[in-house]
Each structure stands twice: as C-alpha cells, then as structure tokens.
Design a binder for this molecule. Structure first.
Ligand code: ADP
Ligand code: ZN
Length: 751
C-alpha cells in the first residue's frame, strides 16, 4: 500500500544503552523530518522525554501501523552525518560491545549544537546619524569606536570603551544607535591555505627530521596508511607531524590531533601558534559550552579546521577529515574505562581506515601493539602492509639524551621515614647550585598511601571500597582514590579510639616535599599532581613558575611524565622505580618502562647535559637494565631489545598483541545475587576451540562504591571472533536487573 508523505516512516536509532553491539531502532512518523536522509539527527519522543536520535533508514509502512507511531519532533539544525561517520559509530559499537545507543551519545554529547545558534542584540551606528547632537565624552567614545568595528553586543562595546552598558541602551533609546539581532560566538580559526603554505615554508627541519617528513609525505595523503613516528624524547616529533598537518590542511581538509589531556597546555599551543600563526581549535573537558557548541557545528559543516583534543574529540562529527595524529600514542589515558570502554588510539585507527586517510602515531616509547604492528618485532618480520615505522634517533640540536644511573637502594638506604638516597641528595644539591632545575618523580598522590594506628594496628580503609584511604595533608583530609569520598583528617583511631595514635606509612608527593624542604629550605618547590594542578589556570600558574625559574624542584606524579619541555631541567630523580613493576598486570613492565623513560626524558632537553638517577631495589630487573642504557650510542637499539623480550613473553603466553583478551566484570550491591549470576554465567561458558575462560574470580578490587565485583577473563587466539563469542555467551543467560555487566575488550586495567 502506498502511503502519503505525512505517513512516511523513519527508522531511528535511539540513544538507549541496550543491545550489546547492535543498533536499537524504533519507527517514527517523519513529520517535520520528511525526506530527511540517512544520518540526519532528529529529536524524538521517547517515554516521557524528548531525545536526539539518528535516522538509519526510511521506509513506507501500512496506514494501520503508521497510525500508532509518534511523529519526529524536529530536525536538528546541522547537516546529516556522512556515511563514514555512521559506519564508524557502528563499528565502534561492534568492536567494544557497547550498545550503539551509548556510542551515539559520545557523538551527540553537545545537544546545544543541534539547535540554531541563539541570537543576541548587537548595536551599530545608524545609517543616517542624527544631525547636530551634542554628545557627552562617553557617548562620543562609543560612536568613535563603532565606526571601526562590526556590530557588537552592549557588553562588548562597554568593555572596549570603558562605559557602562547602561550608556549603550540609553543611546539606543535616544536614536543614536541601531539595534539588530545576530548570531554571535567565538568561531574557531579556519585556515587560509596561503597562511599554511607560508607556515610550511618558513620552518626548517633538521636533516633527519626532513627525511622522516618526506618519507611520510611520499606515502600520499589520499589513502589509509599508518605512520609510527618513533623518536626519542626531544627529537622533534611534534615539528615533524606539524609538517603533515600543514600539508593536509592546505588542501582544505580537517585535521584531528589527539593528545593526552595534560599536553593540551599552553606550551603545546604556543608551539602550534608559533608554527601556524593561529591557535588550534581545542576540545577537552574544560572547554566552555559556548565554544563546544560553535566548534561542533563548524566540524559538522565541514569547515577546514585543525582540532586538538582529548580522546573524546574522536567523536566529533568530522565530515572532511584528512588526517589524524595521535601524540604520545602509548599513553594509558587513551583508554576509557567506563560503560563505553574504548581505546581511543585503536578507534582512531578504525576511523582513519574507514575514512581512507593517513594516521600518525607519535611516541618515544611506542606501545608494544604499535611497535609490533609496525613490523619492528622479530615475530612479524614483514609487519602489516599499511604500517610504516619512522625513527628519529637523536635529540634536536645540541641536546643529547640524559645519562642514566641506577641507585641500588639495598646499598644506599636512607634512614627510616626518608626516601632520598645520599646520591640523589647530592645530585639535587649540585643542580641547585648550578642554578638548574630538578624533577623528583613519585607516582603517588597525597601525603601517605597508608595510615596505621600505632596502638591497635587498624588501617584507615574506605567503607564502600576494598581500598585504603590516602592521607592528603594539604587538603586536610583522607581520601579514597577509587570512589573519591573523603573525610577530615583526624589523629584519633576510629577503631580503638586512642587519641594521637595514627601514623603515616610510606611516601606520597606531599611527604616527599616535606623531606626536600627540610634539606633545601631556600629552594622553590612545586608539586605537580592531579590534586595540585586541577584546572587550566592552575596549570598555567605552575608552568609559569617553572619557566621563570621561581621553581627549582618539581615533585611530580605521572602528570610530570607527559611531553613537557622544561629547558632548564637537568636532573630527574625517580624515587621508587619498583612501584609499578610488581603485580600481575599484563602491561606492568611495559608501562613502567614507558613511564620512566618519559620521566627521564624530561632531563637535559636544551643545551645543558641532563642526567637521571633511578632509585631501585632491583637493579638487575630487565626494565631497569634497559633504562640504564638510554644514553648509549644507540638508545633505540637498547629499547628494542627490551621490547623484543616483552614481545617474546607475550607471545609465549598468547597474550595481546599475539592473542586477544577481554574482561567481563559483573557487579552488584547484592553479593549472593552476584555470586549466583557469576555461577550461571560460568555454567553457560562457551567451549570454543582456541578460547580460554578464566574465572569467575573476585576482582582484586572486590568492592567499589559498595558494589561487589567478580571478573572473568577471556583469552582467545588472534583469529577468533571474540566479540561474537562473548555476545552469544551473554545472550544465553538472563542476568537479574541488579547485576551489571561491563565488557572490556582488550582491557588495560585488571583491578
Ligand atoms: P619530541 O616531541 O620528539 O619530544 P619536540 O618536538 O618537543 O620533541 O622538540 C624538542 C625541542 O626541540 C623543542 O623545544 C622544539 O621546539 C625543538 N625543535 C625540534 N625540532 C626543531 C627544528 N627543526 N627547529 C627548531 N627547533 C626544533
Ligand atoms: Zn571508596
């Protein structure tokens, strides 16, 4: 039966977190969205709410069925998503096993952008100004100013001319100014091809850098290719990838640069601006709503933009994407670990593949995955056909890699309650005297990781997680690092109620600061951790103090390891290199190596030679042995030796990247329900060839926020369709509503 236009039905994906890896589609009458193509964003009624959905298909339906359907509320004021973006969303959902509805939400997370931008009143001089009016000096100033600028809002005019906005409204009332309505908003800078060509010409790369830049360019920008930009810290990877950015942007296409959030600081932006003459468009958690709204729309409209963003920028609605850069590609912050668990680097590869464009992965310490994929491992002599490895083996200019020395803590142990060996103290002193800067690295926030009652032995623990509370003296609180709850610091033991009995055990950065302050009372000391540097303005103040030399000694957590360029820094001290090595984590050794390499790499980045002292109780451990060879003639060869040993171990255990891994985490407040559910799931466990299931086992972190947790780990051969098996498995059992299950494909956390 043919239906009238009014009855045309649209198949619309709804933003509901149901149906693992699948698209949940409901029918709606097209209504105002009549004729809307696939990919259109529409507002629809769902239950009692109005939500944004995606048109997946149009179809006719019988009059009868159509009568029961609700109509679309409105069509979004943005172009439809293109086929590549839709395909990307679908494949992310299929890969991560997150419901399509959840993946959709990653893209539709800026609902303000979907409505026409709001208009606001702006003022100009009238076309025919009133003649012979005598103006007060203030009014005169406003008139003079408005002769030179486009229409502006009352606030803007007031700010620029130093009058109150009342003056402007009064001038409008008396006919001295015209009022119009206009769309305002700070639009991100779009590119002028001329500017970009200039930026490219005026910059000189070193010979080694130029060779790499040329090799990347030679592979072409018109099809999928992956470039692993593998260069020691300070070799100029940023300058090399800027070359590709300029080349692709000149053609009017969009460029996405992904960075770990902390690297989106002023220093990186300054370098960008120096090279290109304008600032990139930024996308991260502290960008204002107004800026998000405009940028989202600009991206959707296909405007030529260079966007620098944290992992969530991958889900912007790019319609003319020409290149993706993933800087610090090994960084663990690319892995998001909540309901929609995804690895942004891997999803960026997927996006590039779908869009058939090049992607650059930059790192001084590539992830084992990328290193193997690029063909650097013995296991994979040919490498993947689309992957290319480019090596920058020396630092730019006169800088050289720091000299690394291991400090054997078994031989040079500091007194109880102190953490700095005599060697490290000596080095700090010498560096201070030379007027240079030092960085002490300790990957532990707060004052002390453990607080113990000296009377009854009770340890302060979180009441809703299976974890100890961390003392934060600066904030005057004890805090759980898993659920975030905190309580005021007290000296009384909550168990035995003995007064003044609580003792701090072990060091955190705050406690280390105490020790350093005692040793060097006159030095400028600053802590760099997520507790002390929380906002963009904190970061600004911190980097300013380092730049001006006000800070002599930085005490930092892993935040200090990320890409910073401190030219005066010539000493790095790693306080406890053994912290990350233990534990059963698949990537423990790899990650410790990367972290310490990056930290050590902060030293000696400019003219002065740098050094790194690494305190450890296990100097013969392969990670430490490899680190101690950093400054040798061929640092890349030393690194590769370590990576090869890691690769061999992973291959022997059939672990990623040589096998596939997924975690299923069941959680519930009701322990007996949870245990029953886990048993049910275990009973339905698939017996496929090439698949091993470990568990159920209580998670190492057996309780978070009051919810008990049980884990399964699935390991499969590389050729196995892991997602399909897990979906089939989960489909076999009906879990009670109170039991939540999270799938984590290729997990990074094993807690
Ligand atoms: P990486 O990202 O590999 O750690 P960077 O790109 O940060 O290295 O470069 C290290 C330092 O060397 C920076 O201060 C950068 O400005 C400088 N530098 C690198 N290449 C050049 C170049 N071709 N010309 C001028 N300065 C450069
Ligand atoms: Zn807690």
């Amino acid at each position: 039966m043919v239906v009238s236009d009014r009855q045309a039905v649209l198949k619309i994906a709804v933003p509901v977190p149901q149906q693992r890896g699948e698209v949940l589609i409901y029918d709606y009458l097209a209504g105002p969205a009549i004729g809307a193509p696939v990919g259109s964003i529409v507002q629809i009624p769902l239950g009692t709410r109005h939500v944004w959905g995606l048109v997946m298909d149009a179809s006719d339906t019988s009059q009868l069925a159509a009568e029961k359907l609700k109509p679309v509320v409105m069509l979004a004021d943005v172009p439809p998503l293109d086929a590549q973006t839709l395909k990307f969303l679908k494949q992310v959902s299929r890969w991560t096993l997150a419901p399509f509805g959840s993946v959709m939400r990653l893209l539709l997370n800026t609902p303000e952008a979907l409505l026409p931008p709001p208009e606001q009143p702006v003022f100009t001089l009238p076309e025919f100004p009133l003649a012979d009016v005598r103006l007060t000096p203030q009014r005169q100033r406003v008139c003079d100013f408005l002769k030179m600028v486009p229409p502006l809002s009352a606030t803007e005019i007031a700010r620029e001319t130093g009058v109150s906005s009342g003056v402007i409204t009064a001038m409008h009332k008396s006919g001295l100014l015209d009022k119009q309505m206009a769309v305002r908003g700070n639009r991100a800078p779009t590119l002028s091809p001329e500017q970009l060509k200039q930026a490219r010409k005026s910059f000189t790369l070193s010979d080694e850098q130029q060779q790499v830049a040329d090799a990347i360019a030679a592979k072409g920008d018109e099809q999928f290719s992956v470039h692993l930009l593998d260069g020691v810290t300070g070799s100029g990877k940023t300058e090399v990838y800027f070359d590709s950015v300029a080349r692709v942007a000149t053609t009017g296409r969009q460029v996405l640069i992904l960075l770990p959030e902390i690297a989106l600081t002023r220093a990186w932006q300054d370098r960008f601006e120096k090279r290109f003459g304008f600032r990139p468009a930024l996308w991260h958690s502290s960008v204002t709503n107004a800026k998000r709204r405009t940028l989202w729309r600009q991206v959707a409209e296909g405007q030529p933009l260079i966007v620098a963003g944290a992992r969530s920028a991958l889900f912007l609605p790019f319609s003319k994407l020409g290149l993706i850069i993933v800087d610090e590609e090994h960084d663990a912050s690319y892995k998001q670990e909540d309901m929609t668990a995804y690895q942004a680097r891997d999803m960026a590869l997927l996006r590039a593949k779908i869009s058939d464009i090049p992607i650059l992965l930059a790192s001084a310490t590539p992830s084992l995955e990328s290193w193997v994929n690029a063909g650097a491992a013995r296991q994979d002599e040919a490498g993947h056909k689309d992957w290319h490895q480019h090596i920058l083996s020396s630092r730019f200019g006169q800088a050289s890699l720091p000299e690394v020395k291991l400090v054997d803590m078994r031989l040079s142990r500091p007194p109880r309650g102190h953490w700095l060996s005599p060697d490290l103290q000596e080095a700090l002193k010498a560096t201070l005297e030379a007027g240079q800067q030092s960085l002490l690295f300790l990957n532990r926030r707060g004052y002390a990781p453990v607080t113990l009652c000296s009377s009854c032995g009770h340890r302060l623990a979180c009441h809703q997680c299976d974890s100890l509370l961390v003392t934060h003296r600066l904030a005057g609180r004890v805090q759980c690092h898993f659920c975030g709850i905190s309580q005021p610091l007290s000296q009384q033991c909550p168990a035995c109620e003995e007064a003044d009995s609580l003792r701090a055990v072990g060091p955190g950065v705050e406690r280390l600061e105490e020790e350093v302050r005692m040793l060097f009372p006159d030095a400028g000391i600053a802590i760099l951790s997520s507790d002390t540097v929380r906002s963009a303005s904190d970061a600004e103040a911190f980097f300013k103090a380092v730049e001006t030399g006000e800070t002599d000694i930085i005490i930092g957590t892993q935040m200090a390891a990320k890409g910073h360029d401190f030219p005066q820094l010539t000493l790095v001290g790693v306080v406890d290199a053994d912290l990350g090595i233990g534990g059963g984590d698949l990537r423990a050794a790899e990650r410790t190596y990367q972290l310490l390499w990056q930290v050590a790499g902060r030293s000696g980045r400019a003219k002065q030679k740098g050094r790194a002292l690494i305190q450890t109780f296990q100097p013969t451990h392969p990670v430490l042995d490899a680190l101690s060879k950093m400054h040798l003639d061929n640092p890349v060869a030393a690194r590769d030796q370590f990576m090869q040993a890691e690769a061999d171990a992973r291959q022997a255990a059939a672990m990623p990247p040589f096998g596939r891994l997924a975690a299923l985490i069941l959680s519930s407040r009701d322990l007996s329900l949870l245990e029953a559910a886990a048993e049910g799931l275990a009973a339905a466990c698939p017996a496929y060839h090439g698949v091993d299931v470990f568990g159920p086992a209580p998670a190492p972190l057996s309780r978070i926020r009051g919810a008990h947790r049980i884990r399964f780990l699935v390991r499969a051969e590389k050729t196995v369709a892991l997602q399909k098996i897990i979906t089939e498995w989960l489909d076999k059992v009906r879990l009670p509503g109170q039991v939540r299950v999270v799938c984590d494909i290729d997990p990074y956390s094993f807690l």
